[in-house]
Design a protein around this ligand. Sequence first.
Ligand SMILES: Nc1ncnc2c1ncn2[C@@H]1O[C@H](COP(=O)(O)OP(=O)(O)OP(=O)(O)O)[C@@H](O)[C@H]1O
Length: 690
Amino acid sequence: MLSEHSLDNLKGVGPKQLEKLHKLGLFVVQDLLFHLPLRYQDKTKLTAIENAVVGSEVLIEGEIFSQSLTRGRRSSLLVKIQSTQGHFLTLRFFHFHYRQAQQFTRGKILRVFGEVRSGPNGLEMVHPSYQFISVEDNPALETTLTPIYPTTEGLGQASLLKLMQQAMNLLKQYPLKELLPTALLDELQLPDLNSALFTLHQPQPEDDLRNIKQFSHPAQQRLIVEELISQQAGLQLLRQTEQKRLAPALAHSQTANALLASLPFALTHAQQRVLQEIQYDLALPHPMQRLVQGDVGSGKTVIAALAAIQAAEAGFQVAVMAPTEILAEQHLNAFLEWLEPLQIPVAWLNGRLKAAEKRFQLAQIASGEAKVIIGTHALFQDAVVFNRLGLVVIDEQHRFGVHQRLALHEKGQNQDTHPHQLVMTATPIPRTLAMTAYGDLDISIIDELPPGRKPIDTAVLSNEKRSEVMEHLYLKCKQGIQAYWVCPLIEESELLHAQAAEVTATQFSDNWPDLRVGLVHGRLKGEQKALVMNAFKNHELDLLVATTVIEVGVNVPNSSLMIIENAERLGLAQLHQLRGRVGRGDLQSHCVLLYQPPLSETGKARLNIMRDTNDGFRIAEEDLKIRGPGEILGTKQTGGLQFRIADLKRDSQWIPTAQYWAKNLVAQDAKIVELLQARWVGHKIDYQHA
Ligand SMILES: Nc1ncnc2c1ncn2[C@@H]1O[C@H](COP(=O)(O)OP(=O)(O)OP(=O)(O)O)[C@@H](O)[C@H]1O
């Protein structure tokens, strides 16, 4: 069984080599088969010197004509070989042994392999691999192209190649089971699994592998598609299990209409549509699993509140979880303002409640007295026992990771029904990425901003202009606007991070004593943070100097100027989040992105995207292209998105196809899905001849 056949069963694998193989993530023979070459060398045919093209890698034979040493401090060895047609090629060795040099005597025949380049004396090869050829010793040419594998220090290509050969011999004996439907392979014109593996590890000279580096060769694509289908099928299974569970069917709520009537604004069309989707789901007897994506400031909080009312009115509790205390507190304020007049009791749980207060809140939650409970991850604690949990709202889901999401969900398990689940994210996620990261959820998109919002005017400036920008900010604040100054994380140290913000805050206070400056950073206690935030909200402060703790959700509509330092170091999605703290009211807002020169071309291009658009979805697409999924989803979420061969940045065009086929498979062939999962996720048996 190749999926269980440990690598130390192969010839030549000792403990040291095993360690190196493990370092490459290779444990069983099947892993070797999925360890794909990066490129190939063609040693199957000889090229005449006169036909060698500069820049290409070729195998050449010739007779040694001369050898010499160059002059200078570090001399190099030059060996000139001549073809039967009388053309010359120079071999150049920078490092060589005296004994090695002696071998290259005139008249001997050499077979060399390397990249041809043009040197001072015509064509040359630097450090080619070479062997001597004679009438008695004339080894045959290779019959297949030679793969070059990703490797690690201390494990040479030659050893890896030997192991691969053994693995391929085993594969001939025990072919892997084809798990993809023939219809799919036919439609996409992709090869079957075993021939794909043979093509990639032992390609025939006529195989066209030019696309290999882009991973666009059909043999590679076949593997990518299979891995993506397996991942999608996993998500579909999760979804199916959830759909089979029971949830309380929550009837449409009259009280929600009362809130709508009391709001000083009407919902946008997009908000109405998303609200309807949620209301419909909540009325079904199976758990809703919905992700609401809305660009910054699109008004997600009120939608969450309306969903909460529907659950509360039906007699169920609602848990609302936010990723930071600042955000949880802000939700608390909004929910208190909206729900208290409707006689819906709101409870509040955070890490800094005094013991007595905490006991009281926990008792309210356990008795069912508290209907809507707002908090941070404090909501996970064992001490928190819900009475009748009907809906879980998770804001900024990517900060939590799938496991935490599920953990809160399981809190509703003491009942015969499961709670509904509403996940909200303000980071627009490109469609293909959302399908992969949240494929188990239905997706609603609020793709409209409330009327009257003006796009934020963004400027990109060098840090050399810092003092001018500070001065400008001061003058603006004197005219009555409020501003943010963000000092992003430069070092991976909360302390240094906080210090950078402190220094800036002091600079402002020293220069302009009449400017009311507040400071928030991650090292402040929750209480202090809340005090500063409230003061800023009530316009008792003109300027808030902050670290990226204010990134998500902070809502102070009167602030209309934001400066972000070291903007070049942040991802676009994060910059978009930060910038979204302004432009939330009727005022024309401005954002200045300061960068530390010199700025690379890509760096410039990235910041210019921020200057040119306010559209979060476009920014996210660009970010995906430039920085990959980790940047958009956060590391916790991408931890579960590690693929062996597929790459979300490179292969996203396959995701819709993979989702389609995964749905089919989950509906029709549970056995195959199980085998796929075992092959790509676990190391279980999935071989025909097991
Ligand atoms: N339809 C609407 N018309 C006008 N204002 C609205 C509308 N919906 C929400 N708002 C207001 O817009 C502001 C932003 O809303 P909210 O804080 O819910 O945004 P959000 O989508 O959570 O944004 P972010 O993800 O950036 O925090 C709030 O002050 C809210 O009261």
